[in-house]
Design a protein around this ligand. Structure first.
Ligand code: KE4
Length: 430
């Protein structure tokens, strides 16, 4: 596979952009090699600058749930753009977007639009602290809630990928207010809450973790968090930037039947445009300025182009909930196929999957938290990644990321992915 132009562009990019990329996980640093520069994408396929075609399992890290360049979204953006790309004043479109989300997501009485998942999570934490007048938060090792200072403590995604233990620039003043424990360890949470009685404002959690590979919550875990938060007046924040509108129209709250107090969104909500949102119960969200004094703002929050893109996609997902069933069936088909060829290869592996989130861990232990994810054979994943890339299958370039299926994938694409896995493992393990 010729990637000459990607190599040239990467050399050039590094002259002007830190590491040659605008987000670290794109740099292939953890898997090695040259990041592939994309030229365009349509449906389930990416096309790089050297004319190579790839079956895409990143979907722009989640947003492209119905495939790239989805016609109704593209048309809506084109039609909206002629009316200006931003006003800095309220529009009816923002009301329609908020009302649509409220009609799909449980427990959202008020919702504020922002421009990224990081902004959404950062704001949600501030709201919880303003509402409870407490300072500390609990997050889980390996969960990633964006790059706001409070979250860069034992974070997942790129922070785990690059094994950055303490991120320079995050002061102890900030990190001291971030308590952490292992995902799925409800006893550790109970211990922390007792130790810091009446000091904890919020517990923020990925209801299905996607930033250490895909990790499913134990049934007792999320229910246990709900119970603890009710008993201790702690705000339970579901970070649904990844799971929101991906696992179900009502996200993980609907899929898993657990209520959060605040929910954050990103990715799918913008259909590939820069959109995030945080929302939840009225008595909590009423602290947000200008209603309350918890200040939060954004020049391009609720931007008309981003709104029309997200509104168009979410409207289709709401009108056609069967798309979720289709997507889950495709993911289960892929899981079963991978299971067969991985078992035949003789290598140790576990596959974690829920809805259209899936990941392969080269480990003979169940992967239920960051420690068990980190114990997997990361070196084998690197080899697998490149062997698949060579065969035109584009997986997330890190063992600490979930794969994201899009509904444009066909059974033929899935069969190609399964076959490429069998061939890749044969090549690597011979
Ligand atoms: P953004 O600020 O990147 O829009 O969202 C941050 C975020 C918050 N919460 C969860 C659960 C997330 O997964 C993310 C972002 N996810 C990563 C991929 N694991 C984004 C990819 C990247 O950093 O380039």
């Amino acid at each position: 596979m010729n990637i000459k132009t990607s190599q040239q562009l990467f050399d050039r990019a590094q002259q002007s952009i830190p590491g040659g990329v605008n987000s670290p996980v794109r740099a292939f640093k953890s898997v090695g090699g040259t990041p592939i520069f994309m030229q365009h994408a349509k449906g389930a396929y990416l096309y790089d600058v050297d004319g190579n075609e790839y079956i895409d399992y990143i979907a722009s890290w989640g947003p492209m749930i119905l495939g790239h360049a989805y016609d109704p979204v593209i048309k809506a953006i084109q039609d909206q753009a002629v009316y200006s790309t931003s006003y800095g004043a309220p529009t009816e479109l923002e009301i329609k977007m908020a009302e649509l989300i409220k009609s799909m997501a449980p427990n959202v009485d008020l919702i504020r639009m922002v421009s990224s998942g990081t902004e959404a999570c950062m704001s949600a934490i501030r709201v919880a602290r303003g509402y409870t007048k407490r300072n500390k938060i609990i997050k889980f090792e390996g969960c990633y809630h964006g790059h706001a200072d409070s979250f860069l403590v034992k974070a997942g995604s790129g922070v785990a990928t690059f094994n950055i233990q303490n991120v320079p620039g995050v002061t102890s003043g900030v990190s001291n207010d971030t308590l952490t424990c292992a995902y799925n360890d409800i006893v550790a949470v109970e211990r922390l809450v007792a130790q810091y009685k009446n000091e904890i404002a919020a517990i923020i959690v990925e209801p299905v973790a996607g930033n250490m590979g895909c990790i499913l919550p134990k049934l007792s875990f999320l229910g246990g968090l709900r119970k603890i938060c009710d008993a201790e007046n702690i705000v339970l924040i579901f970070d649904e930037v990844m799971t929101g509108f991906r696992l179900a129209p009502g996200g993980a709250q609907q899929k898993l039947g657990i209520d959060a107090d605040l929910v954050t969104y990103g990715k799918v909500i913008g259909a590939g445009m820069p959109v995030g949102a945080f929302g939840g119960k009225k008595h909590i969200m009423e602290v947000v300025a200008p209603l309350g004094n918890v200040y939060q703002a954004g020049t391009l929050s609720g931007n008309p182009i981003a709104m029309i893109a997200g509104y168009t996609l979410l409207s289709i997902l709401k009108k056609q909930p069967n798309l979720y069933t289709e997507l889950e069936e495709k993911t289960i088909y892929l899981k079963n196929g991978l299971d067969e060829v991985l078992r035949a290869s003789g290598t140790a592996y576990k596959i974690n999957q829920l809805g259209s989130m899936i990941s392969v861990h080269f480990s003979n232990h169940e992967v239920t938290d960051f420690a068990s994810a980190a114990e997997a054979n990361i070196d084998l994943f690197k080899k697998y990644f490149h062997a698949m890339l060579k065969r035109g299958i584009y997986l997330p370039p890190s063992a600490f990321e979930s794969w994201f299926l899009n509904n444009a994938l066909t059974k033929e694409d899935l069969d190609k992915t399964i076959k490429a896995t069998a061939e890749s493992l044969q090549e690597i393990l011979k």
